[in-house]
Design a protein around this ligand. Structure first.
Ligand code: NAD
Ligand code: WQD
Length: 342
């Protein structure tokens, strides 16, 4: 019988891609999402790609009673992947209470429900933001955690601590925290992808919207960093590769019970690329020109971060291997599809 996985935030960007990968590996999926940053279009996309419609429950994870009702209805959940969170760094500075409440109460509720229903496994979406501006590159899982520069980043640090403390105290639960670097791209079918509301904050949607004519030009934030071309360096990881790492993490939790109770893995490519590298590769991959201008640095940005991924490569037997051109082309095809461009 297929093992049942609960995916919180499963209609969101990374959650929808992961649900596809889970279904394709014969897991049964139940999605919880309150659609505060996604829509049921993602369910249609998942169903069209896989031929299977995931179970879907629309409610806010901050509502503990609804979560209990959901787990009474969907019995025998074997593991949870917890994507649901608010994620806009800038907004979190303006609305810290909303961010702390949403991201922390939903995690507390899930952990209490795991204890109540004896659900033994959790995969948690963490972020490279916990490393701040690293002293040494690439960053390993042992690199120091820096004090968070935003309430959003702080919710990820506090969440990891809550998970550690809970798992030390509650026997029978294990967790894997996955620290994502910069997830980009869309499913190759163009049926699911990233749907930023309003003006995008992240680089790739800003580029695709500029090329689609929705934005006048890409503003490159800073060309005076201490990097080869002066622009900021990040580790951009294909969302499909990222999704596949979650399936590996789930399998590790379900199959190999002799590992540490809490494990942490960096998920990136291990390669640092500048904003200009991304612009040039996008142009090559799509044949489209990106209009851009240099602007001052964006407050709060760091100059360089990229991952040491050797732990995930070895322990999860996983590697990000989608070529960057393919990923950037998928982002452009997705933008064209949602804007009805030919
Ligand atoms: P997303 O906004 O596309 O997906 C999150 C989903 O969670 C949305 O569908 C939203 O409606 C839902 N949600 C939020 N709060 C909820 C609540 N209280 N109850 C029910 N549903 C709720 O974001 P994403 O990019 O897919 O990110 C997924 C996770 O990965 C988040 O935890 C995010 O912090 C983390 N992460 C994302 C990135 C990135 O760059 N996208 C990088 C590092 C970490
Ligand atoms: C990438 C690079 C910008 C937009 C954010 C969060 C982080 C994590 C991943 C969740 C930087 C430059 C961007 C633009 C630009 N998310 N840029 N013009 O800032 O690395 O990380 O997403 O955990 O917490 O902070 O990603 O895509 O915003 O920026 O020049 O319009 O592109 O300065 O060098 P970032 P990003």
């Amino acid at each position: 019988m297929a093992e049942k996985i609960l995916v919180t935030g499963g209609t969101g960007y990374i959650g929808s891609h992961t649900t596809v990968e889970l279904i394709e590996k014969n897991f049964e999926t139940v999605i919880i999402d309150n659609l505060c940053n996604s829509s049921t279009e993602a369910l249609k996309g998942i169903t069209e790609i896989t031929g299977t419609e995931p179970a879907f429950e629309n409610f806010d994870l901050c509502d503990y009673e609804k979560l209990l009702d959901c787990l009474r209805k969907h019995k025998n959940i074997k593991a949870i992947i917890h994507f649901a969170a608010l994620k806009a760094v800038g907004e979190s500075v303006e609305k810290p209470l909303e961010y702390y409440k949403n991201n922390l109460v939903s995690l507390l509720n899930l952990l209490m429900a795991m204890r109540e229903f004896h659900i033994p496994a959790l995969v948690f979406s963490s972020s490279c933001t916990v490393y701040g501006e690293p002293d040494k590159l690439p960053v390993t899982e042992e690199s120091p955690i820096k004090s968070a520069s935003s309430p959003y980043g702080n919710t990820k640090q506090i969440s990891e601590e809550i998970i550690h403390d809970t798992i030390s105290a509650v026997p029978g639960i294990r967790a894997i925290c996955l620290r994502y670097f910069n997830p980009i791209g869309a499913h190759k079918s163009s049926l699911i992808g990233e749907l930023p509301l309003g003006t995008p904050m992240n680089l790739i949607p800003y580029i695709t919207q500029t090329v689609a004519g929705i934005r006048e030009e890409l503003r490159i934030f800073g060309n005076d960093y201490d990097t080869p071309d002066g622009t900021g360096i990040r580790d951009y990881i294909d969302v499909g590769d990222l999704a596949r790492a979650h399936v590996k993490a789930i399998s590790r939790l379900l199959e190999d019970r002799n590992k540490k109770p809490v494990e942490i893995f960096n998920l990136g490519t291990g390669k640092g690329l500048s904003v200009l590298d991304i612009v040039k590769t996008f142009e090559k991959a799509t044949g489209m020109q990106v209009r851009y201008k240099f602007y001052p640095r964006r407050p709060g940005d760091i100059s360089r971060v990229y991952a040491d991924t050797s732990l995930a490569n070895k322990e999860l037997q996983w590697k990000a291997d989608t070529p960057l051109e393919e990923t950037l082309l998928s982002a452009w095809k997705w933008e064209k599809r949602i804007r009805n461009l030919s």
